[in-house]
Design a protein around this ligand. Sequence first.
Ligand code: SAH
Length: 341
Amino acid sequence: MVDIKSMTLEELTAWLQGQGEPAFRAKQIFQWLYRGVTSFEEMTNLSKALRQRLGETALLAPPAVARRQESRQDGTIKYLWRLADGNCVESVLMRYQHGNTVCISCQVGCRMGCAFCASTIAGKVRDLTPAEMIDQVLFTQIDSGAPISNIVLMGIGEPLDNFDTVLRFLTLVNHPDGLNIGMRHISLSTCGLVDEIDKLAQYGLQLTLSVSLHAPDDETRSRIMPVNRSVGVERLMETCRRYFETTGRRISYEYAMIDGVNDSDWQADLLARRLKGAPAHVNLIPLNEVEESPLKPSRRVAAFQKRLEGHGVTATVRRKLGGDIDASCGQLRRKAMKEET
Ligand code: SAH
C-alpha cells in the first residue's frame, strides 16, 4: 500500500500521472486528505472507479481516539491515539490567548533516556510517519472543534532523531492546500543533537527552535540527559550560536526545575554566562513528577528566575496547563501501557 498522506502534492501528482490521471486530480485528493476524510469513498468528486482503485492501492489509516481527557481547569484536552499497528502516541490541545496550540508526538517512545521524562522509560518502539504526525494535528482539530493555529513538536519522541520525517511534516503542514500553518507558528523542541541542529539550520526555516538544556554544567546535564555525555554543554552552545547566526532566529531554552539538581544560584549564574553572545529566551518549566522517577519539583523557581533576570536574561515560567489530566509528556501513554499489562 502506498502512503499517499505522507506525499507532497508534487509526489502525489507524479504518482497519479503514472496511472494516467490528470494533475488536477492530485490537488483534489490532497485537499480531501487535509479535510480529514477517513475513506476514499468520501472523495465524492472522483469517479467511482478511481475511488475503488485508491482503496485497493493507497493507505488511509486515521488514528482512533484510545483515550481523551479534558481538563476542567483550562479546557486542555489530551488525546491518546491508537495507530493502525496498535501502538499509541499522545497529543495535547492547549488553549492560549495567542491561539489554539497542539503539541504532537514524533516517535512511539524515545531513546534519549532523559531521567525526568516519562516518554523514554520503555525506550523507542519506532518512528512515526509524516502522515501519522499530520493526523494528530488534523484529528485534534476535528475532534475538538478548535481551529489549530500553532504546533509544538514537544510530545513523545525526539524530532531531530526522526529528521527526514519531521522535515516532510513541516513542508506538508505549511502547504497552502495542506494545513497552511506558518513556520513562525511552529516550535520544534530538541534534547540537543548537534549535527542535526546544524543540518536544520541549512534549511533556514522560520520556526522556533527550543533546546532542552536543563543544566548549564556537564556534570549535572550528563547525569539527567545521557545525550550530553558525548557532546557536552560547550559544544551544544556553540552549535546554538551557529544556528542563530545562520537563521537569525532567537533560540528558546527549556529548563525543567528539579529540586536540588539544577536549581542553585551558581547554576543560574553559569547559565546566564553560557547564554551570552546570542539572543535567547529561557523557559523555566516546573517539573512534572513522574511516578518512576525520584526527581522532585524545585521550590526555587521564582528565585532562579530572578537571578537570571539580574544577569539580563529573559526568563519566563511556563504556565502549567492540564495539571489535572496527566498532561505531561508521555504520562498518558505510560499509564495506558501499565494498565494493559
Ligand atoms: N525530545 C524533545 C521534545 C520532547 S519533550 C526534547 O527533548 O526537547 C518536551 C519538553 O518537555 C522537553 O524540554 C523535555 O525535557 C520536557 N520534559 C520532559 N519530561 C518532563 C517533566 N517530567 N517535567 C517537565 N518537563 C519535562
